[in-house]
Design a protein around this ligand. Structure first.
Ligand code: 5AD
Ligand code: SF4
Length: 507
């Protein structure tokens, strides 16, 4: 069993190097130092992904369960892993208790995201007692962190496999290794890998689809772990993206969301052409699919050409998620956002002028190191000035290895919480007011399913990303319908379906 003497997992004094020699064949740990490097090497595009014959039946008669934490990028990676496992003979299950293979696709963005995963792993431990052959894997952003991998190896014996964001296409080999060697398999590439084009995927639903347009992030905002966990910016070729969107359109999908950590940097890594997000959107809007979204934008690279293309409307939705993070220029500088409050407001002005009905949403962090009351109030005043439709708000959480983690985390937790509350209250007032403007209007809603709370109510989104609830027959799921809005709350709108009969609207 043990190729190199004592088992370092049981020895608290052992370091990553000791693990490396112990897990001779299967141990490839992450390194934040390597993940920081941005080399000039060309990214290879691999189009011949295949699962070897012998691995195509490894999961026959077995079931898998994947729990996803974090962003849409992770949700989409889960779809790919589900596709790979399906091609290995596994069936999906929604009941974790009956799974033979459990994967936790993790998020590292804030400490509480990580704590949820450690908590879940604790719950999984007893399952191993009843089912010794159960395989448990940890993947996603947390696996890219050295400290997490060491902690998992030392204290979470129930974990059989740890693999990272750059090598999910290696899942068949990793699972095989875990079954055959019965050793814990650690394979995390710190340097970003190739772009693998033809991975299988099982999409969640057939109404909305995610399409990656680029991977990684080179922005290195000082608080953020993503550039380390997701590697350098790598754009997919436009023809591959367009083909994937066309494929979804042909299969009846109603909405596509183009994904990337920093989509406005799309194409900057192409050496053979000058081609950006504006050019890509201008091509994609010609595809016959009702709605095209994109996320996430960085204000710094949001150029005039993109605004010009978005203003063409059509299937390019009038919703822009434009994270501001803070309203004070000094804090923005400490965050290395590379824009000022004035520059951000100027950009918002340009967007509003070109797309007057644009719904703007954002991300905001409170309690960043050194944030004073006056500086925080500048966030409040910016929020009032922009009038966001909605926002994701966060308390700053130091991430080991990032530049901000070296600054003193000097805003007391009570102050952080109090600022978050004040911010949310200002945002909620604006959201409610903005939603009330929809009263007595007719909106187009993409019906996504039954409302979570009331099964006789259908739920969907407007192009501007407002949630709308209304009563209607289930066969409307997947269709775009008209709804007359008669109630507006902070988070949701509700109204009455307008039945369409032979082209005539009936209220
Ligand atoms: N602490 C708090 N919030 C963070 N975000 C990213 N890193 C941190 C951190 N260390 C937030 C940012 C980002 C969103 C996805 O998460 O607002 O836009
Ligand atoms: Fe993180 Fe900044 Fe990159 Fe967004 S742009 S993923 S906040 S480093």
């Amino acid at each position: 069993m043990n190729p190199k003497g004592t088992n370092p997992v049981k020895d608290k004094k052992k370091t990553a190097k000791d693990y490396a020699s112990y897990f001779q064949t299967t141990y490839q740990p992450p390194s934040l130092k390597d993940a920081k490097k941005r080399g000039k090497e060309e990214i290879k595009i691999v189009k011949d992904f295949v699962i070897e014959e012998e691995l195509r039946t490894i999961g026959k008669g077995k079931k898998f369960y994947i729990r996803t934490y974090g962003c849409q990028m992770n949700e989409h990676d889960t779809e790919i892993m589900a596709g790979i496992l399906g091609d290995m003979g596994y069936d999906p299950t929604t009941d974790m208790m009956e799974a033979d293979l459990i994967l936790l696709n993790t998020c590292a963005i804030r400490e509480n995201a990580e704590n949820k995963v450690f908590g879940e792993l604790g719950h999984l431990k007893p399952l191993k007692v009843d089912k010794p052959d159960l395989l448990i894997g940890v993947c996603g952003c947390m696996s890219q962190e050295e400290s997490v991998v060491n902690k998992l190896l030392k204290t979470y014996q129930q974990v059989d496999m740890i693999f990272g964001t750059h090598n999910i296409h290696r899942l068949p080999q990793i699972v095989k290794e875990a079954y055959l060697s019965k050793e814990r398999v650690v394979e995390v590439w710190s340097k970003e890998g190739d772009i693998v084009e033809n991975l299988p995927r099982v999409r969640k639903g057939n109404i909305q689809g995610w399409v990656n347009i680029m991977y990684g992030c080179d922005k290195f905002c000082t608080y953020c772990i993503v550039p380390y966990t997701r590697g350098k910016e790598r754009s997919r070729r436009p023809e591959d993206i367009i083909e994937e969107v066309r494929h979804l359109a042909r299969n009846g999908y109603q909405e596509v969301t183009l994904l990337g950590q920093n989509v406005n940097a799309y194409g900057k890594d192409f050496e053979d052409m000058t081609y950006g997000l504006g050019d890509l959107m201008d091509e994609i809007r010609k595809i016959d699919i009702p709605r095209i979204r994109f996320t996430t934008s960085h204000p710094r690279d949001f150029d005039d050409h993109l605004i010009e293309v978005l203003a063409k409307g059509g299937n390019l939705v009038e919703h822009i998620h434009l994270p501001v993070q803070h309203g004070n220029s000094e804090i923005l500088k400490l965050m290395a956002r590379k824009y000022t409050r004035e520059h951000y407001l100027e950009l918002v002005g340009k967007i509003k002028k070109a797309i007057p009905n644009a719904a703007l949403t954002t991300d905001i962090i409170v309690g960043f190191p050194n944030e004073t009351e006056e500086q925080f109030e500048e966030t409040l005043s910016l929020v009032k000035e922009v009038e966001y439709d909605a926002a994701y708000t966060f308390i700053y959480s130091p991430r080991e290895g990032t530049p901000a983690a070296k600054m003193a985390d000097n805003v007391p937790m009570e102050v952080k919480k109090e600022r978050l509350q004040r911010l949310n209250s200002v945002l909620n007032d604006i959201s409610l007011r903005k939603n009330q403007a929809y009263l007595d209007t007719v909106v187009e809603v993409l019906v996504e399913g039954e409302s979570k709370k009331k099964p006789d109510v259908l739920s969907g989104h407007t192009a501007s990303n407002k949630v709308v609830n209304f009563k209607g027959p289930k066969h409307l799921i997947g269709k775009i319908v008209k709804v007359h809005i008669n109630d507006a709350k902070t988070w949701t709108l509700s109204g009455d379906l307008i039945e369409e009969k032979a082209g005539v609207l009936e209220g």
